[in-house]
Ligand binder design. Structure first.
Ligand code: AMP
Ligand code: MG
Length: 429
């Protein structure tokens, strides 16, 4: 009858603050080809070595001219001889007064021109002396269709700051500055384990041969995919054998070359489990009860690296350890809300609270939980949030159907039409 007193619940924000306080930023910077840097985190400020665009150029196919030439007594009736033809990449000369230049999108504006007229607002004609000319049908505004030098980026400007995760468009911007390589942070190395005697790997047994009580290991696929999507280097260590010594050995081996050891299962309160004592023996472990649903139990700690002295702390001496609950939706949600921020911090990306959209609920939630709850939800075309009818943490279908999570405060009753905070998966990944 010596059951330990239940641990007090801590809030998710408190858990996150504790996690991040103990997460070091990884040492080590790599120079990588900017062509291969998608999803990496910048370890330098990207400063523009030139103006982009590098010269005034045309936003249209049409004619460059001096507006003053159309403001005389003849007005738009005046035919302007076409003195030159300028294509992108083939600069022309200065624009002589009283003439127009035929030019194409991206072509350099001839010095002296102060507007571009799209070809749809111009009539090409031939003068009596045989020269090509143009008559303009609509007077252009000053600067019309001219993209000025430096309009996008000014030389010397910091275009992308250290800590920015590189999107495809950010890589395009880096390329527009001529960058062939970028300095980025090392990717976090993560070792992934599953625990649970009931788990069977897909492929090792067909469904009709599954023993009673056995289930397929699904978290391994989900968590590996989430880690990969987060840009981590994943070492998959399969299912931890259910023996203390083997688990300790696996932890020691994983701690040598990884920044984080991530496990699923075996962190429920009171559970007789080999993982907890093994982590405690190889390092340190805190088991938290987080006031969130799904995903209440969360283990956090560290495993000593081989050869590190017992009391040493920090990245040189320890690999971080995070143990997620085994229920498939719980491990999915706790990954998004707790592991993802840790990965960001490891990689040196600033960690912000994810930005929720306020959307109207298309559902009632009459019986709220005492814990903050994250409902699997998605928006309809009108922007209203619907929840999956089964919100059990064992129903993985809900996480697949959903496109985000509704963040329900503890004890909050929701009526259809109430505004609710919606976290799109994209804001969490
Ligand atoms: P646990 O957190 O180990 O108590 O597990 C909670 C529930 O999640 C149990 O029903 C387990 O069978 C299930 N579970 C644990 N690990 C996995 C896994 N890797 N894949 C699918 N289900 C799991
Ligand atoms: Mg288990």
């Amino acid at each position: 009858m010596n059951r330990p007193a239940p641990k007090p619940l801590i809030s998710l924000d408190e858990a996150l603050a504790r996690l991040l306080a103990q997460t070091p930023r990884l040492a080590g910077v790599e120079t990588v080809d900017s062509f291969e840097a998608l999803g990496r985190v910048l370890a330098e400020d990207l400063v523009a070595p030139l103006d982009v665009p590098g010269m005034d150029n045309s936003a249209m196919d049409g004619y460059a001219l001096r507006r003053a030439d159309l403001l005389g007594p003849e007005g738009l009736a005046r035919a302007l001889p076409v003195g030159q033809r300028v294509a992108a990449g083939h600069p022309g000369g200065p624009l002589a007064e009283g003439t127009a230049a035929r030019l194409f999108t991206g072509a350099e504006i001839p010095p002296g021109a102060d507007a571009v007229v799209p070809q749809e607002q111009a009539e090409a004609l031939t003068l009596p002396d045989g020269r090509a000319a143009v008559r303009i049908t609509v007077l252009p505004e000053p600067e019309a269709w001219i993209r000025r030098r430096g309009d996008d980026v000014r030389q010397g400007a910091t275009v992308l700051a250290t800590g920015t995760r590189l999107s495809a468009q950010a890589l395009g911007l880096a390329a527009s500055l001529g960058r062939a390589t970028v300095q980025v942070r090392r990717r976090p190395r993560v070792a992934l384990f599953s625990t649970g005697d009931e788990l069977v790997m897909p492929g090792s047994l067909p469904p009709e041969q599954l023993p009673r009580g056995a289930i397929y290991n699904s978290n391994r696929h989900t968590l590996r995919g989430l880690l990969q999507a987060a840009g981590a280097e994943v070492t998959d260590l399969g299912i931890v054998p259910d023996r203390r010594e083997a688990t300790r050995e696996a932890l020691r081996a994983a701690a040598e070359a990884h920044d984080l050891i991530l496990t699923s299962g075996g962190v429920s309160v009171g559970e007789e489990d080999h993982l907890k004592p093994a982590v405690e023996a190889e390092g340190r472990l805190d088991l938290w009860q987080v006031a969130m649903k799904p995903g209440k139990p969360l283990a956090f700690g560290a495993v000593r690296r081989p050869g590190a002295p017992g009391e040493a702390r920090g990245a040189a001496a320890e690999a971080l350890f995070m143990g997620l609950p085994g229920n498939p939706v719980s491990s999915f949600v706790t990954f998004l809300l707790a592991v993802r921020p840790v990965l960001r911090a490891l990689e040196g990306e600033p960690v912000h609270a994810p930005r929720a959209l306020q959307v109207p609920a298309a559902f009632d939630w009459p019986h709220p939980d005492r814990r903050r709850e994250f409902l699997r939800a998605r928006l309809d075309a009108a922007g209203q949030a619907h929840i999956y009818p089964k919100q059990s943490s064992a129903v993985l279908t809900s996480a697949v159907w959903a496109e985000g999570l509704i963040d329900v405060a503890a004890g909050q009753v929701i009526r259809a039409g109430d505004p609710v905070p919606y976290l799109p998966y994209a804001a969490l990944l």
